[in-house]
Design a binder for this molecule. Structure first.
Ligand SMILES: C[S@@+](CC[C@H](N)C(=O)[O-])C[C@H]1O[C@@H](n2cnc3c(N)ncnc32)[C@H](O)[C@@H]1O
Length: 416
């Protein structure tokens, strides 16, 4: 159907049980104003697919007979979807079942243009007979067909990660990790709600600890910090209010009372709850049961901060990962508030923006809602890197400023 060398672009239009027949009868796809830009980006000759969101079926393959335009057939769908494109069928009409999960695996969002590589992977599926497709789906083999070459290579690379091949040491304040973990052995449990990307902890310990140092995670969850530290030759202590039953090395403890002596730990990493958005467990003292809209939440975290301050050696670093909250049309700047609290005890080393990738809301359903109802999904978390001040720290020499400067206290604009 396609020349090997031709670059092909495709688009997925969305229909429902109500609108699908009209799409197919008129050979016209349409969308509302929210997606007008995407519809207008369709060029004559582009390939198109039609996703029925009610039946979860993707129909294909179609080709655009016109560029995307407004009101090609004004009366279609009673004027509800005026951004339209005329289409023609390419070959027999085929259907792919369980389409949403396929598209999710491909990282595809409906309405958005799909590049050559993604289009070709979808076409691979359409090229299968329906029986072959369903068999591959049942045998879980269909995912192999969807995985881009570069991801396959990455996976193999990570599977064979030797001790020399480690994650990248970050050099900027924007950290973006494609996966939760790296290497042969798992780091934490990627099925654990709110699990931390292991790369964050790896970067922290590379920068702020030496082999043999003791690292503490007072809210250790599935144990990612312990696993990363062990592999890097650091000692680690992990506590959690409700350790998962499969981890005997995560010790049950409330982070507001840490059973360690003062000034005994070389680094702390903590990925705390950032409100009551995730149900980690039913333990009554789980701080994740308290809404971040309440002061009580910050009071509880400040107790944890006080304990972290007490057990951390002077001059050593704590990394605190936290996100903001947007729930029921209300924004809560959890990150700013936690940062303010941290500043009571610690001095700032830097603030990192960690891109969020695998949260439950990273689906086309939520992306569509965010655009339709004019709100934003949380795209990042803060990693606050803070240091416990040290008395022995050398204070920089007072600078003897020689140049002229503006004296705010003077009434007249004179230079000193
Ligand atoms: C974001 S998760 C940590 C995830 C962890 N870093 C991992 O990779 O699996 C937050 C954790 O804080 C724990 N937690 C909540 N309240 C706590 C408390 N008072 N003391 C200790 N842990 C608490 C929860 O049980 C949950 O496991």
């Amino acid at each position: 159907m396609l020349e090997e060398t031709a670059q092909v672009t495709s688009h997925i239009f969305v229909s429902s049980k109500k609108t699908e027949n009209e799409c197919l009868d008129r050979m016209l796809f349409g969308t509302s104003k929210v997606y007008s830009e995407d519809a207008l980006a369709v060029k004559k000759g582009d390939l198109l697919f039609l996703l029925n969101i009610d039946t979860n079926v993707l129909h294909g393959v179609f080709r655009a007979k016109s560029n995307g335009r407004k009101d090609i057939v004004p009366e279609a769908w009673k004027g509800k979807y005026p951004y339209q494109v005329e289409v023609e069928q390419v070959g027999n009409l085929q259907t792919l079942k369980k389409a949403r999960i396929l598209l999710k695996k491909l990282g595809v969002m409906s309405h958005k243009s799909l590049n050559d590589a993604v289009t070709r992977r979808i076409l691979t599926l359409f090229a299968l007979t329906e029986t072959d497709y369903l068999k591959q789906l049942a045998d879980n083999k269909v995912w192999g067909l969807l995985t881009p070459e570069y991801e396959k290579n990455e996976k193999t690379k990570n599977a064979n990660l030797s001790s020399e091949e480690k994650p990248k040491l970050e050099s900027t304040t924007l950290w973006d990790f494609p996966r939760q973990s790296y290497g042969k052995s798992p780091k934490g449990n990627n099925k654990y709600a709110g699990v931390t990307p292991a790369f964050v902890i790896w970067n922290m310990i590379q920068r702020y600890t030496e082999p043999g140092d003791l690292v503490l995670d007072p809210m250790c969850g599935s144990g990612t910090t312990i696993d990363v530290c062990k592999e890097e030759g650091r000692k680690a202590i992990g506590y959690d209010i409700a350790p998962p039953p499969y981890r005997s090395d995560v010790v049950q403890n409330d982070a507001r009372h840490i059973p360690l002596p003062d000034n005994s730990v070389d680094m702390i990493f903590i990925d705390s709850p950032y409100g009551d958005n995730i149900r980690y467990n039913d333990h009554p003292d789980n701080i994740g049961h308290i809404s971040s809209e309440k002061q009580e939440f910050y009071t509880a975290l400040e107790k944890v901060m006080d304990e972290c301050y007490r057990v951390l050696k002077p001059g050593k670093v704590i990394g605190w990962l936290i996100g903001d909250q947007w729930v029921k049309k209300k924004f809560t700047p959890v990150g700013f508030k936690v940062y303010e609290s941290l500043c009571k005890n610690f001095e700032t080393v830097d603030i990192i923006c960690v891109v969020r990738r695998s949260q439950a809301s990273n689906t086309s359903f939520w992306h569509n809602r965010a655009k339709r109802y004019n709100f934003y999904l949380r795209g990042f978390k803060y990693l606050f890197i803070m240091r416990k001040p040290s008395e022995t720290q050398v204070t920089p020499e007072k600078r003897n400023v020689k140049w002229a400067y503006y004296d705010r206290n003077r009434k007249t604009d004179t230079l000193k």
